[in-house]
Design a protein around this ligand. Structure first.
Ligand SMILES: [Zn+2]
Length: 99
């Protein structure tokens, strides 16, 4: 029997789809209560996951799913900054995040 590798799955707070943890972007609330993107998955604090797509972040913003997941109020400028970071981190010239 081949060894079955269990891939940890997490739910995107935007589209609510279960995806491989590795393909998702972690959003973390620091012990101080600041919310930021965690591209390396190493920041301390409580985390939630979202697809690396501005659309999923926008959806999570609209439904407040991210705020519920982290039990925190997220100011508009933090959402804007996270959105800009996701766009900046996305590969240029193509968007296959919603494939
Ligand atoms: Zn999503």
């Amino acid at each position: 029997m081949p060894k079955v590798k269990r891939i940890p799955q997490r739910q995107c707070v935007g589209c609510r789809e279960m995806r491989d943890k590795k393909t998702l972007l972690r959003v973390v609330k620091s012990p101080e209560g600041d919310v930021s993107l965690d591209f390396k998955g190493k920041k301390p604090g409580r985390g939630a996951y979202v697809c690396p797509s501005p659309d999923c972040l926008k959806r999570a913003r609209k439904t407040r799913a991210l705020e519920r997941a982290l039990s925190v109020t997220i100011p508009a400028e933090v959402y804007d900054a996270m959105e800009a970071e996701i766009i900046a981190a996305a590969p240029k010239g193509g968007n296959d995040a919603t494939a």
